[in-house]
Design a protein around this ligand. Structure first.
Ligand code: AMP
Length: 213
């Protein structure tokens, strides 16, 4: 299955991508994680992306498209993937469509997480991200999985969150219409507990939820 998770920053895409990986055994691919890694390693891409990221702006399309093109060549994504945070512009969506058509593949479903702006702001301001494994919590402290310290991401600071939301509305929201037009859009309410939202995701994807009552 080839899935795109669409929604605002802090909309729960990353958390659900990890849950879906466990259920569907296909890799989550997060351009945000890949760019943060590149930044940490100080690669040429990381250096180019850093300024855009810290200001809450999108990294230029050509850089992100090239990153995804390379990632999708890896064998683990050949039987399916869960894209989290890509595409974020219509140009990126068109480039992805072209990449897939060339391989005779297509996107099976785009799950759009509907989350009001106030909830996004509230979630991001209280979000702690593990500095070691990247797992996300709604608290600070220590990561339950690996014991790493939970820290606030630079771009989760209040001023940057407003910018990220503006960028989302202007550049990413048009993708809802784009994928609706392609007949692959599934909309879900993104407010609720992570397990509730997983249930909605699985239902939207037509996957049997063994934990559902
Ligand atoms: P995320 O972790 O998905 O919220 O991404 C963090 C930051 O990485 C974003 O605010 C952008 O600066 C950058 N980024 C991630 N994915 C993309 C993308 N598909 N296009 C452009 N910039 C991106």
């Amino acid at each position: 299955m080839r899935i795109i998770l669409l929604g605002p920053p802090g909309g729960g895409k990353g958390t659900q991508a990890k849950f879906l990986e466990e259920r569907l055994h296909i890799p989550p691919i997060s351009t945000g994680d890949m760019l943060r890694e590149a930044k940490k390693e100080g690669t040429a891409l990381g250096q180019k992306a850093a300024g855009f990221m810290s200001e809450g702006k999108l990294v230029p399309d050509d850089l992100v498209i090239a990153l995804i093109e390379e990632r999708l060549k890896k064998k683990d994504s050949h039987d399916g993937f869960i894209l989290d945070g890509f595409p974020r512009t219509v140009t990126q969506a068109q480039a992805l469509g072209k990449m897939l058509v060339e391989k005779n593949l297509k996107i099976d479903a785009v799950v759009n997480f509907k989350v009001p702006d106030e909830v996004v702001v509230q979630r991001l301001s209280g979000r702690g991200t593990c500095s070691t494994c990247g797992l996300v919590y709604q608290r600070m402290g220590i990561c339950d999985r690996c014991g790493g310290a939970l820290v606030q991401r630079d771009d989760d600071k209040k001023e940057t969150v407003q910018k990220r939301l503006q960028v989302y509305h202007e550049q990413t929201r048009p993708l809802i219409k784009y994928y609706k037009g392609q007949g692959v859009l599934r909309e879900i309410e993104g407010v609720g507990s992570p397990k509730e939202i997983l249930g909605r995701c699985l239902k939207a994807l037509g996957v049997k939820d063994s934990l559902a009552s």
